[in-house]
Design a protein around this ligand. Structure first.
Ligand code: ADP
Ligand code: MG
Length: 366
């Protein structure tokens, strides 16, 4: 069932429109992520839901009740910010217990619930410490325990991991997901990091300049981006100009401009016509490199030829950039395979680029 709805919500500061006629439903128990570049309005959405701001227009509904004008402290919503905002003079335990004591919860229950919340984030053994005696990741876990102890229906998390270093961030991503499942609380998580959004969320809401560009599961957003913006923002992207040739039942055939190569592609777009100019999205991991001598073996497979101009070893993958003979370049990302003697192409070497799936995504120009 729907837990939070934004209905036709607009927000502006002075003359500047920050959110325009936004419609959004978030379901009970979901882990939803707002993903978009800095300044696109993510924090503003959280502040409207939390009640720190009022919309200029539209309604906010929480658990079936309209709360558009309701005071923040009356909403069953808690927020975790990027800056942990712990009370420095209080112990970890007192930080977590604070909200319950404010609500005049009886002390034995405060103890039980605060300890439980700290156990959940695996910090019960550090309950007596002061915040400055903890690492950044531990402080962030205290902030999460402090928000979760009040058992809100909804937890808003505004870039809570962006100040942490890479390894800790990965670890906290897993812990947050586990915690969310365990608590059964709906999470609205904000990030500008597409990898973080894809790996954590049930659904991703991709935002751009105050509007929603696409909503979907991580796979839908990655594999079927609806716009060039989403294609570019979510994941590494090769975009080529192409012209539609023919339509079959299940796919379109199109020619890559400049490249004189015909490929097949799928699309959810309804209004394509033969001869139409489009863009086609080739994900780097859908492409493979071959030695020029393999051209016979590739037979009727489409392929592009070019020279290696960049090689980036990424541990799991080797990312190679090819300058194409007919103009333009393409990024190819292959799993590292030391068994494959052909794998180790050198800078300047001639290679063929071909398709693994031969089944790409068509996008129309903005
Ligand atoms: P995000 O969190 O996606 O980076 P924000 O929601 O913080 O974006 O901000 C969206 C836009 O609204 C930005 O252009 C920002 O400058 C503007 N903005 C946010 N808060 C205020 C405010 N209190 N007064 C004026 N402009 C604001
Ligand atoms: Mg923000």
């Amino acid at each position: 069932s729907v837990l939070v709805s934004l209905k036709d919500v607009s927000k502006s500061y002075d003359d500047k429109t920050v959110l325009a006629a936004l419609d959004l439903d978030i379901y009970d128990g979901e882990f939803v992520t707002l993903l978009g570049p800095s300044g696109c309005g993510k924090t503003t959405i959280l502040r409207l839901i939390a009640g720190f701001e009022r919309p200029n227009h539209g309604q906010i509904i929480l658990a079936g009740e309209e709360i558009t004008q309701q005071a923040a402290h009356l909403r069953h919503v808690n927020t975790v910010f990027q800056s942990y905002a712990l009370f420095p003079h209080m112990s970890v335990f007192d930080n977590v217990a604070f909200g319950l004591r404010m609500e005049k919860v009886a002390e034995p229950e405060v103890k039980e619930r605060a300890i439980q919340a700290l156990e959940m984030v695996q910090l019960a053994n550090l309950a007596h410490r002061r915040p400055h005696q903890l690492s950044g990741g531990q402080q962030q876990r205290v902030a999460i325990a402090r928000a979760a102890v009040k058992r809100p229906r909804l937890l808003l998390l505004d870039e809570p991991l962006s100040a942490l270093d890479y390894k800790l961030r990965k670890q906290m991503q897993n812990e947050l997901k586990r915690l969310q499942r365990q608590l059964g609380i709906t999470f609205i998580f904000v990030t500008h990091d597409q990898e973080e959004a894809l790996s954590m969320s049930d659904r991703v809401i991709v935002m751009r300049e105050g509007h929603i560009e696409q909503i979907g599961t991580p796979r839908q957003v990655y594999e079927n981006p609806k716009t060039l913006f989403v294609a570019r923002f979510v994941g590494e992207t090769n975009l080529f100009d192409a012209v539609i040739q023919t339509k079959n039942n299940h796919h379109w055939t199109l020619t890559l401009a400049q490249q004189n190569v015909c490929i097949k592609a799928r699309t959810h777009l309804a209004h394509l016509a033969e001869g139409q100019k489009v863009k086609v999205l080739l994900r780097p991991e859908d492409m493979r490199l071959y030695a020029p001598a393999d051209r016979q073996a590739l037979a009727d497979q489409p392929c592009l030829s070019g020279k290696v101009i960049e090689r980036n070893y990424k541990g799991m993958t080797l990312d190679t950039v090819i300058a194409l003979e007919q103009g333009g370049q393409i990024l190819v990302s292959e799993f590292f395979d030391e068994e494959d003697p052909d794998f180790d192409y050198r800078l300047g070497e001639s290679v063929l680029v071909s398709w693994v799936a031969n089944w790409e995504v068509i996008l129309v120009d903005e």
